[in-house]
Design a protein around this ligand. Sequence first.
Ligand SMILES: [Fe+2]
Length: 221
Amino acid sequence: MTEQNKFKYLWPTLFGSFYNSDHSKIKKELIKYFEKYKKNNPIGNKSGENYKLYESKYDLHLQKNETLDNLFKNFMSKSFFATAKEANKDYLNLFGKPEIGVTFVDSWFVHYEKGGFVTPHAHGQCSWCCVYYVQIGEDGSITNGGTYFQKPTPSRGTLDFGSYYNKFLSANFNPEEGRMYIWPSHLMHGSYPYDGKEDRIIISANVQVFIMENGKPIKSI
Ligand SMILES: [Fe+2]
């Protein structure tokens, strides 16, 4: 018997888009905490890809703040878990019904000033990354401080219909308060310059997602 014709996508790029319906309840508390953090750490982090913005240290998940803890442990962890599960759905049966744990490697907040932006870069030591919009200001249009991703595949060699799916060089995502986007760590990304009266504030995080065995993460699969 001959095999039926089939299609299969190889090396797809998965994005997750999640909305925190409790955001309006925690927004003020988060901003208040970040203001306090900035007063205690006025220098912040100086990454080469950043311009006109304040970036915190990368250990936000280790700070003792109840609102942040809840956001990381509940909304963010669940969103990362769902994304990792979807990306690996073809492989889940290799592991039975595994217990899965999300570990935050880095997390930080960014406070963009007028004209602030981030040039293209990728994150290391993690499998998934995110941006969570805390405050976007009046203008949430895509190119006003929005997040963009660069195409990870090589350029098209022709301009035919057959390669049309490979045409677009970047993808833009709408900033929205309470929205979190998740992407695989290898993707190059950045943010358009932000222009607004109210500063733009976001949280970012890098995670690894482990299968747990007897309460311990299996670190190498
Ligand atoms: Fe980034």
